[in-house]
Design a protein around this ligand. Sequence first.
Ligand SMILES: Nc1nc2c(c(=O)[nH]1)N[C@H]1C(S)=C(S)[C@@H](COP(=O)(O)OP(=O)(O)OC[C@H]3O[C@@H](n4cnc5c(N)ncnc54)[C@H](O)[C@@H]3O)O[C@H]1N2
Ligand code: MOO
Length: 407
Amino acid sequence: MGTEFLKIKECEEAQDIIQELFDKYCKAQSEEIDCEDAYGRVLYNDVYSRMDFPPFDKALKDGFAILSEDSFGASEESPNTLEVIDFLEAGSITDKKVEKGKCVEISTGAAMPEGADAVVMVEYSEKFDDKVNLLTTATPSQDVAKKGSDIEEGNLILKKGDVLNPGKIGVLLSQGFKTIEVFKKPSVGVISSGNEITMQGEDLPFGKIYDVNGNMIKNDAISCGCDARFLGVVRDNYDQVKEKIQESLKEVDVLLCSGGTSAGLGDVIKHVLDELGEVYIHGISVQPGKPTIVGVIDEKLVIGLPGNPVSALMIFNAFVAPPLTKMAGIERDFESKVVNGVMTRRIHSPVGRMQYQLVKVDGSDVHPIFKDSGAIFSLSSADGYVKVEKSVELLDEGEEVEVYLFN
Ligand SMILES: Nc1nc2c(c(=O)[nH]1)N[C@H]1C(S)=C(S)[C@@H](COP(=O)(O)OP(=O)(O)OC[C@H]3O[C@@H](n4cnc5c(N)ncnc54)[C@H](O)[C@@H]3O)O[C@H]1N2
Ligand code: MOO
């Protein structure tokens, strides 16, 4: 294996290639699921109302369903008296008709009896025997929700791409939807590679480190709407990496590996990808994250993120999260969370490579975080990053910058 020349791609070119590979091999798919399980899922189609809601003229208060004109002029001092001809609970119906001088006692949620056009609340009435005194005047439609007043049949009620929150699911349930078509969550597997990588709960001999990337990248993929799983650690061994990749590809649509991407002796991902499939990118003109690999095996995408946790996360966010989120049906503008501020210190940037500089934001102060890309603690203190274009050699103290905030 030995040293290998990395054919570096420019950032935009790499982004385009990755998006094209997603469009070709990782098309968004749908599935029909029970509305019961739809929380947080993304609608695959526009949804139209199947019926009027409410489906009947509905009493909004407990009281008496009347002909409104029968209450005109009524007051505490001079009540109007009506005959009570029936009692209606929610869900029950009557064949009796409300005519002049008559009314039906009614509960909230019950369908209005024929003839009645208003409800007088029980608080404004005095019932005695089979009669009632109305102590107030009601206007037509008072305390009645007319059929279709909330939504009429055939209207657009939810849009493709809507994330189903409790209220939106409530709308579907009110329309009798038992199942709904949603975007299938992209199934993503995450593998960590490296002889030094140790799982939490195990002893940590000198020279080894605990795995960060596996669950960190898994969680980032979940935040992009994926069904992501950490599939374990492999050693820097060609056969082990090959076997693990082949095995994992039987289970997932997209495989994200970290570590073993650069040109060192133990860095085998590229060689495995070369043997089993095709490598489309090996090296992006970006700092950190230069050794990123993108390939395809059996029409499935395999992405090798650099081992350094900061690099892995930055590359995931800048290059993988946008197409993955799109595949999950989620419309998210990754460039929308931008704040403006002023650099508090000068930064030098490698010419010819776009640099993602981690920063901490304090009001309008933008503090660069100077740590190497293996420094995991810089991630927990960073609010976002500043992009330093490849032609820019330094950003001076006091210079105005745009900060891309992390989600
Ligand atoms: N000759 C060259 N050497 C290196 C280059 C280069 O272009 N030419 N690039 C450097 C850069 S930049 C990076 S980034 C690393 C990336 O290399 P790998 O993807 O092969 O990553 P490793 O060597 O396996 O690990 C790098 C670093 O990250 C730690 N690591 C790896 N996996 C994990 C994990 N799952 N959790 C936590 N930390 C992890 C690992 O221990 C190393 O410290 O290559 C440079 N070299
Ligand atoms: O480019 Mo590396 O990814 O600096 O850590």
